[in-house]
Design a binder for this molecule. Structure first.
Ligand code: ATR
Length: 268
């Protein structure tokens, strides 16, 4: 029997997840269906209940429901607890189990696909919202030194305070970055969505720096700025999108798909 999965968001019509999971299913010969479902903004919980009742095995969760998903789970993985957000649900014996594959997805893209190991690298994470929270623990666990810069300093401070028992993560304003430079600069703000650019000072990028925008689908102002500032490597979040999907697929199906041909297909 075909096992049913879905991605839930609002809006959802733009989602590439069905395409990605269909490609994984064909590649690994898994008998699954995967559809995009738009839940009403006030109807996430009832949509999940419906899927459980209809025998779905799990689903992905995207904007704006990742925090709500986190709150309704009966059980959470450690990485979902750390991120305080859930992007992958499992429905098992009437229970809803939550995981978060965004951080490992980004790490796989940066360290494997882009061949940039984060151990002892100076990483600047721009933003202190949900997207930044979803990935910061993986960056920290990879052994990087992290500065979090955010428009609202208090939110950056709050985020870095979680790391106090384990190591130093620094909070900064954008102005506070003046005169500093980093090996990897990750844009986890939602500025690219609005065609805006955080007010970044000159000189942040070194010739070998990697500029990484978690957004995908367009050449963002952040990517343009990074190239102008001399960053030799610029990447958008398409690889991360496919890698987080691959990790979810692996957890659901216990078979790991090959991401490279799927990334290549989406780029084409
Ligand atoms: P997401 O889930 O996409 O992270 P979010 O939780 O609303 O969304 O967080 C958005 C992040 O982008 C925040 O860090 C926000 O900064 P503030 O905390 O100061 O609001 C940041 N952001 C959004 N637009 C921005 C802009 N034009 N310049 C700089 N930062 C921006």
């Amino acid at each position: 029997m075909t096992d049913k999965y879905a991605v839930i968001g609002h809006p959802i019509s733009h989602s590439k997840s069905p395409l990605i999971h269909h490609a994984f299913a064909v590649q690994t010969q898994q008998d699954i269906s995967y559809q995009a479902i738009e839940a009403p903004l006030d109807g996430f919980k009832s949509t999940i209940e419906r899927l459980v009742n209809e025998g779905y095995k799990g689903c992905n969760v995207t904007v704006p429901f990742k925090f709500e998903a986190f709150k309704l789970c009966n059980q959470l993985t450690g990485r979902a607890q750390a991120a305080q957000a859930v992007n992958t649900l499992f429905f098992r014996d009437g229970e809803v189990l939550g995981d978060n594959t965004d951080g490992v997805g980004m790490l796989a893209d940066i360290e494997q696909n882009l061949a940039c190991k984060l151990l002892f690298k100076r990483v600047l994470l721009l933003g202190a919202g949900g997207a930044a929270h979803g990935v910061i623990w993986q960056i920290f666990n990879a052994g990087a030194t992290i500065t979090v810069a955010n428009r609202t300093l208090e939110k950056a401070r709050q985020m870095v305070s979680e790391f106090a028992p384990y190591g130093t993560v620094i909070a900064s304003t954008f102005e506070g970055l003046e005169g500093k430079s980093y090996d990897v600069i990750i844009n986890a703000t939602s500025s690219s969505l609005a065609d805006e650019l955080p007010p970044l000072p000159d000189g942040l990028f070194k010739p070998n720096s990697l500029a990484y925008d978690m957004m995908y689908g367009k050449h963002s102002l952040f990517m343009k700025f990074a190239a102008e500032q001399g960053a030799s490597h610029c990447a958008d979040g398409l690889g991360m999108l496919v890698e987080q999907a691959a990790e979810a697929f692996f957890k659901w199906r216990e078979v790991r798909p090959d991401t490279a041909p799927v990334i290549a297909k989406l780029r084409a």
